[in-house]
Design a protein around this ligand. Structure first.
Ligand code: MG
Length: 408
C-alpha cells in the first residue's frame, strides 16, 4: 500500500466554473445542516446539491430538497419515506428508502463528492459504496472511521479516490501533514476541550441535559455525550491511526480548554506544526468542500484575535477520571476488530444514557464489560466488512445486556 501520508488525495480537478454535484448523507443533523449552509455561502454556483439523506426527519429533508433543488433523497427509516411520499405526491425528486436506498444514493454513477455526516456505524456501507463508485468521500462520520477506517482507507488508496477528513482535529492533522512523509513524523497531538465535566469531581447523577451542554462546540447529542466521557477523543485517536496510518505510540491527547489549537504534528527534528482556527465546524467543512483550493466563507468568516492566542494551555488528561480514554487506547493497541466492538459498545451505552435508562457514571463500565464479553472475537480481520458488522452486532448485544444489568 502506498504511504498514506504521501497519498495526497488528488481530488478531482474542477474546472473553474464547473460546479461540484454534492450528495449529503445525514443532512438534517447538526453537521449536515452546517454543510448545506457552508455550501450555499461559497462563491456563487460552485456546489449543486444532488442528493440528500436523513434517518427520519422527512419534513426538514423535504424542505432542504425543495430549497436546494435536489434530484434524489433517501430516508433510511422506510416509514418516514412513505410519510414523505404521501405528503408530497408529485415531488420533483426521487424518494429512496432504507439502508439499500442509502447505498444507491451514495453510489449513483457519475455523481460528485459524497459528504457523510451520518452519526453511527450506519454510515459505513454507504461510505464504501461511494468510494467504490469512485466518488470523493468527505468524511464526518467518526464511528465508521473507527470501526472500518482501515478498510475505507485501503479502498480509497486502491481506487485513488480522495478521502478527506472533516472532524476538526483530523482536518487539522491532514493540513499539518500536507506533503510530509510519515517517516518525518515523531508524534501527533489531538487536542480536547475537556468537555462539560472537566472540573466536576463526581459525574454520578449527571443528566443528559448537563452532559450535552458542551462549553465550546455545539454538536449533536451522541458526540456531545462522547465529549463529556472523553470517549470522543479516544475514538479520534483511533480515527487518526486509521486515516493517516500512524502507530498508536505516535498519538496522544492534550486537554486544551481554549479550543484554539486543533492538532499538532511534531516532526523528527523537534519542530511542531500546529493548526489554529476559530472553534467553528464551518472551517473544516469549507476546507473539505473546496479542497485543494482554500476559499473564504461568505460574509462572516471568523478570525482569531491575538487575545484568543495569548492564553493557550495544554495538560495531560486524567485517565482515572475519564476511563473511556484508557479503554479506547487499549482497543487501538489491540487492533483487529477491537475498535469496531468499542464503537458499538459506546453507541449502545450512550443511547441508554440519553434515554434515561443508565447513569452517566456507568458508561465506561458497560463498555469494559462488553469488551470482555466479546474478547474471543476481537482478533478478526478489520479489512472484512462482514467481520466488522458481525463483531458490531455481537458487541451491541453484549452491551445491551450489560446496560440492562446496570439499569436505573
Ligand atoms: Mg472532533
Amino acid at each position: 500500500m502506498k504511504n498514506p501520508i504521501k497519498n495526497k488525495p488528488d481530488i478531482e480537478k474542477r474546472l473553474p466554473g464547473t460546479p461540484a454535484r454534492l450528495t449529503v448523507l445525514g443532512s438534517t443533523g447538526s453537521i449536515g445542516v452546517k454543510v448545506l449552509e457552508t455550501a450555499s455561502e461559497l462563491p456563487g454556483g460552485r456546489i449543486l446539491i444532488e442528493g440528500l439523506a436523513a434517518r427520519t426527519n422527512w419534513r426538514l429533508l423535504k424542505e432542504q430538497a425543495v430549497r436546494r433543488g435536489a434530484r434524489a433523497v433517501c430516508l433510511s427509516n422506510p416509514a418516514a419515506a412513505r410519510a414523505l411520499a404521501r405528503a408530497f405526491p408529485g415531488a420533483p425528486f426521487k424518494i429512496l428508502e432504507g439502508a439499500q436506498g442509502l447505498e444507491t444514493l451514495a453510489s449513483a454513477p457519475g455523481g460528485g463528492p459524497v459528504f457523510n455526516a451520518i452519526t453511527g456505524i450506519d454510515g459505513l456501507r454507504p461510505s464504501l459504496a461511494a468510494l467504490r463508485a469512485r466518488r470523493p468521500l468527505l468524511m464526518a462520520n467518526k464511528e465508521s472511521l473507527v470501526a472500518g477506517g482501515r478498510l475505507l482507507r485501503a479502498e480509497a488508496v486502491l481506487l485513488r479516490v480522495p478521502l478527506i477528513p472533516v472532524d476538526s482535529e483530523h482536518s487539522a492533522i491532514f493540513q499539518c501533514l500536507s506533503g510530509r512523509d510519515a517517516s518525518e513524523v515523531r508524534r501527533v497531538v489531538i487536542t480536547a476541550s475537556g468537555g462539560p465535566f472537566l472540573k466536576r469531581r463526581n459525574v454520578r447523577g449527571a443528566t443528559p441535559a448537563q452532559a450535552t451542554a458542551h462549553p465550546v462546540w455545539p454538536m449533536g447529542p451522541k458526540v456531545s455525550v462522547d465529549s463529556a466521557t472523553l470517549m470522543n477523543k479516544g475514538l479520534e485517536l483511533i480515527e487518526a491511526a486509521h486515516l493517516f496510518g500512524l502507530a498508536p505510540e505516535k498519538l496522544s491527547v492534550a486537554i486544551h480548554p481554549q479550543c484554539v489549537v486543533h492538532a499538532m504534528v511534531e516532526l523528527t527534528d523537534g519542530s511542531i506544526i500546529a493548526h489554529l482556527a476559530p472553534a467553528d465546524m464551518k472551517t473544516p467543512i469549507r476546507y473539505a468542500l473546496t479542497y485543494p483550493e482554500r476559499l473564504p466563507g461568505g460574509g462572516q468568516t471568523l478570525s482569531l484575535s491575538l487575545s484568543d492566542i495569548s492564553g493557550l494551555t495544554f495538560a495531560e488528561p486524567d485517565e482515572k477520571r475519564f476511563p473511556c480514554l484508557t479503554l479506547a487506547r487499549a482497543a487501538l493497541e489491540r487492533g483487529g476488530l477491537a475498535p469496531a466492538a468499542l464503537n458499538a459498545a459506546d453507541e449502545i451505552a450512550v443511547s441508554f444514557f440519553l434515554s434515561g435508562k443508565i447513569d452517566f457514571a456507568d458508561i465506561p463500565a458497560i463498555i469494559e464489560k462488553t469488551m470482555s464479553a466479546v474478547d474471543d472475537q476481537l482478533d478478526g480481520d478489520p479489512m472484512s466488512l462482514e467481520e466488522i458488522m458481525e463483531t458490531d452486532a455481537a458487541a451491541r448485544k453484549a452491551a445491551k445486556s450489560a446496560a440492562r444489568a446496570s439499569a436505573l
